[in-house]
Design a protein around this ligand. Structure first.
Ligand SMILES: NC(=O)C1=CN([C@@H]2O[C@H](COP(=O)(O)OP(=O)(O)OC[C@H]3O[C@@H](n4cnc5c(N)ncnc54)[C@H](O)[C@@H]3O)[C@@H](O)[C@H]2O)C=CC1
Ligand SMILES: O=C(O)C(=O)COP(=O)(O)O
Length: 305
């Protein structure tokens, strides 16, 4: 029995998830490219595999049709936007994820990015290394209003981390309630927030939830953080709002196309990171262990093991 592990950097910090596979006599093949795979690369790697410990590669109906032996998709992560859930259901493929593993890591990154935006740390680091000694005046995080879109696991963790620093939190979420913080319609939240932070899940229908019009509704001089999914925000509109100074700054970890090579890289008031929301050692070890445990569990439930 063979599985594929497509998620990148697997077992870099702990052999435990691989040992779990060996104990169960399951062979595995690792992603040889160390980056997100395309549809065709996924099909090639997953030949003869009954399961995949998946990253964010496209697991579409076409991929599933090319892999009739595939019985389990076990996502090493939270977001399921790369998996065609309907197609998986129709083909009897079990789908799992690791909802709790990345929460703290993404929430802490959000705090780090917010502080960086307030004090322009990355920008001055770049300047100093290029010979420019320039003291830029920053802003306090304390006293700011944080608008959270998507009050799920990560949204709540973010709210709880920012609140003790004197940040006022409000949120929008059509499903999750959270009595500890005020809930606002998204249009109201846009005008209220000093910092807007996206933490909602993305399904196909929600692409470009935030358009140029939404960004214009935000206060002049406000900030945007996107550590959720690139497709949630119109990247060109974000670029324009940052370039003309309507937004003071943005921090972006996720992009419509990854690896990202677009125009946001030319702006000084933007912090860009290469989709590393969950890239804290402790979080990755937990995610990887959960992914393999879920995979074995689902193979058993499917009667394959
Ligand atoms: N940058 C990174 O490396 C990572 C990014 N993520 C992203 O963060 C997302 C959220 O993760 P969790 O909090 O664990 O998921 P979750 O499922 O606990 O929460 C997502 C929340 O978003 C809400 N939501 C969905 N559509 C919405 C909309 N249009 N407007 C407002 N709220 C909406 C849902 O009702 C739900 O409460 C994931 O789906 C994933 O895309 C997750 C882990 C790592
Ligand atoms: O958990 C998620 O949704 C993530 O975004 C993790 O992304 P990755 O699989 O680490 O590229």
């Amino acid at each position: 029995m063979k599985i594929a592990i497509t998620t990148s950097s697997f077992a870099r910090f702990s052999e435990a998830p691989l040992q779990l596979l060996r104990q169960e006599h399951i062979d595995y093949v690792l992603n040889p490219l160390g980056r997100k795979l395309t549809e065709n690369e996924t099909i090639d790697l997953l030949q003869d595999c009954v399961a995949v410990a998946a990253g964010t590669e496209p697991l579409t109906a076409r991929v599933m049709d090319a892999l009739p032996g595939l019985k389990v998709i076990s996502r090493c992560g939270t977001g399921m936007d790369n998996v065609d859930m309907e197609a998986a259901r129709a083909r009897g493929i079990a789908v799992r994820n690791t909802p709790d593993g990345p929460t703290q890591a993404v929430a802490e990154l959000t705090l780090g990015l917010a502080l960086d935006l307030m004090r322009q740390v990355s920008r001055m680091d770049r300047e100093l290394r290029s010979g420019v000694w320039k003291k830029r005046m920053g802003n306090l995080l304390g006293g700011k209003r944080l608008g959270i879109v998507g009050m799920g696991r990560i949204g709540r963790a973010v709210a709880d981390i920012f609140t003790p620093l004197g940040v006022q939190v409000a949120f929008n979420d059509p499903v999750s309630c959270c009595g500890d913080y005020p809930c606002m319609p998204v249009e109201e939240l846009l005008g209220w927030a000093d910092i807007l932070s996206l933490h909602c899940s993305m399904t196909g229908g929600e692409c470009s939830l935030f358009t140029a019009e939404h960004l214009r509704r935000m206060k002049r001089g406000s900030w945007v953080i996107n550590v959720a999914r690139g497709g949630l925000i119109d990247e060109q509109a974000l670029y324009e709002a940052l370039a003309d100074g309507h937004l003071a700054g943005a921090a972006v970890d996720v992009f419509g196309n990854e690896p990202y090579t677009g125009p946001l890289s030319s702006l000084d008031n933007v912090i860009l990171t290469p989709h590393i929301g969950s890239y804290a050692k402790e979080a990755r070890i937990r995610m990887e262990t959960d992914t393999i445990a879920n995979l074995i569990d689902a193979l058993r439930a499917a009667g394959v093991k």
